[in-house]
Design a protein around this ligand. Structure first.
Ligand code: 9PG
Length: 526
């Protein structure tokens, strides 16, 4: 039995639905289908005159518009765990069939657009499967339970709440949707948008303690010119994924020493971690193999590889794993860290054939319970940046969220096949401009770092300027990454210009995609 109620509120329609299994045997609830009804559909615009805004499930997923005759953004199969919520439903793209996570907007040539979006996203995958017909209006399946719910006889399942919002201005619809979504998810309101320096995009995994200290000394000495709030140490300090308090030989004095040095310079220390990734050789795995996700045979579910070593996934539903996360982040706070960047978070959902300690939990709940334990341990006042988090699961628990794949010191890779989630400057520009609507409604957007340098950089002058102006428009966190000592003065000026930017909301209207005067690199498909 399916019951649905629609409540009109502030110009939108909220659809609430529940399913009760009144049969005598278990039933699988898979998705909620919105069938086309040409006679009764108010959006009677046939396919060829429609474009569709598609959204993604993590920072890396492509977002943007697709239209009649086109196929969906091209995803590299190796990238599925980063990019799509239900890899098993992934099909090679077919013309006029699109998927979208959380929200979609149907944009006709003229007249009202229609936004359909989930506003409760903490428990399950929320996605749309959209089909454009040549003469019929668009139809879509709203998949609110991609983590299949198995209903025992008599059980009731409440589907995610869906908002339907019509209006002439698609960008205004997305802003309004993000506001309602954020309210439902009880977002953390932050008016202050931080600035900082991050070690990754110059030094990458080779970063050393001496590199960090060199840049710290420069920041301390040139405080007036470079008023940066945080110094964030990225990937490269840790002994093993899972043993986050232990440093490797490149960081001989350990984390407490570095945090103290940074604080003594009047700067707030930040640290990168991938808290759900547990390397085979880590003491965490040796001591607590029960904390990670196992497969249906009861063996550790090896989910990915990291620089040659097998990686398991921390089970966010395991009380021991939750206690470990609480203690770890409480320790980091005690050591003096005021900011953490949590990376590769979608792995919490991604164990192949994984079985959680709590068999009733969905993958999204596993991630969110782990993230809640992290927030509890780290404290309400310290800053959490999510990175590769499942977007709908992080709203309300993080202060900021990365909204694009990684920026690169080159325009496109020469050697690799291009795809929509690949780390390339055009892909990053597309995501950070299109996702402007999320900023301060769900979290503070992190559009990734400014790269300005002349050394170790294959971007041309124009390309550096284009990335700078995209960052200017995108707003949000401003993190620098260049080595100060070797930063050419004329390039340093670009970063300083961005630092003087105020973060007042700019009404950049990326959904006016039809304006051909704007650089297609920000808006188009590539
Ligand atoms: C550290 C980096 C930086 C960066 C993050 C994240 O698929 N991959 O191999 C892959 C590698 C790195 C990566 C994302 C994907 O980047 O976004 O800011 O912290 O990790 O390793």
């Amino acid at each position: 039995r399916f019951r649905a109620g629609v409540s009109p509120d502030d110009g939108g329609l909220f659809l609430k639905s529940e399913f009760t299994n009144e049969t005598g045997s278990p039933v699988e609830v898979d998705f909620l289908r919105w069938s086309r009804s040409p006679e009764r559909d108010s959006l009677a615009v046939p396919g060829p005159r429609l474009r569709v805004y598609r959204e993604g499930w993590t920072m890396a997923s492509a977002c943007g518009t697709v239209g009649w005759g086109e196929t969906d953004f091209r995803c590299n199969p190796d990238y599925l765990p980063f990019a799509v919520s239900v890899p098993e439903r992934f099909e090679p793209p077919k013309p006029n069939r699109f998927t979208s996570e959380y929200v979609t907007v149907l944009l006709p040539d003229e007249g009202d657009s229609l936004l359909a979006g989930f506003v409760t996203t903490a428990d399950r995958v929320c996605r749309f499967e959209i089909e454009l017909g040549e003469t019929a209006p668009a139809g879509f399946d709203a998949v609110s339970c991609g983590d299949r719910a198995r209903l025992l006889p008599g059980e009731t399942f409440r589907a995610e709440e869906l908002l339907l919002l019509p209006g002439p201005d698609a960008w205004a619809l997305l802003r309004k949707y993000a506001g309602i979504w954020g309210d439902r998810m009880q977002l953390r309101r932050r008016d202050h948008t931080p600035t900082g320096w991050c070690s990754w995009y110059y030094y990458f995994s080779k970063v050393t303690e001496a590199d960090v200290l060199e840049n710290l000394a420069y920041m301390k000495e040139h405080r007036a010119e470079w008023p940066l709030e945080y110094l964030q140490i990225d990937d490269g300090y840790q002994a093993a994924l899972g043993d986050w308090l232990v440093t490797n030989e490149k960081f001989p004095h350990g984390l407490r020493f570095l945090a103290e040095q940074i604080r003594a310079a009047g700067i707030k220390p930040g640290l990168w971690l991938a808290p759900f990734m547990v390397e085979e050789r880590s003491s965490l795995l040796v001591e607590h193999p029960d904390y990670v996700v196992h497969d249906s045979r009861g063996d550790i579910a090896w989910t990915t590889e990291w620089r040659g070593s097998r990686v398991a996934v921390l089970d966010g539903t395991h009380p021991g794993a939750q206690a470990y996360l609480r203690t770890l982040f409480r320790s980091l706070a005690e050591i003096g860290f005021e900011y953490v960047k949590l990376d590769f978070m979608m792995y919490a959902c991604a164990a192949k054939d994984g079985r959680f300690h709590d068999p009733g939990a969905t993958r999204v709940q596993a991630l969110r319970r782990g993230l809640a334990a992290i927030r509890e341990g780290f404290g309400d006042d310290r800053f959490i940046l999510g990175c590769t988090t499942v977007l709908g699961a992080s709203a309300g628990l993080v202060d900021a969220e990365r909204i694009s794949t990684d920026i690169t010191p080159y325009w496109r890779p020469d050697n690799r096949e291009d795809f929509a989630e690949a780390p390339t400057v055009p892909n990053v520009c597309r995501n950070v401009i299109n996702r402007r609507y999320m900023h301060k409604a769900l979290w503070i957007n992190d559009p990734d770092v400014h790269i300005a340098r002349l050394d170790n950089n294959r971007l041309s002058e124009e390309e550096v300027q284009l990335w700078s102006s995209a960052l200017w428009l995108a707003g949000g966190l401003l993190l620098l990454c260049d080595r100060f000592e070797s930063l050419a003065p004329e390039r340093a000026e670009l970063s300083k210009l961005l630092l003087r930017r105020t973060d007042a909301f700019r009404d950049v209207r990326p959904l006016d995609f039809r304006d051909s005067t704007v650089p297609s690199v920000w808006f188009g498909r590539f």
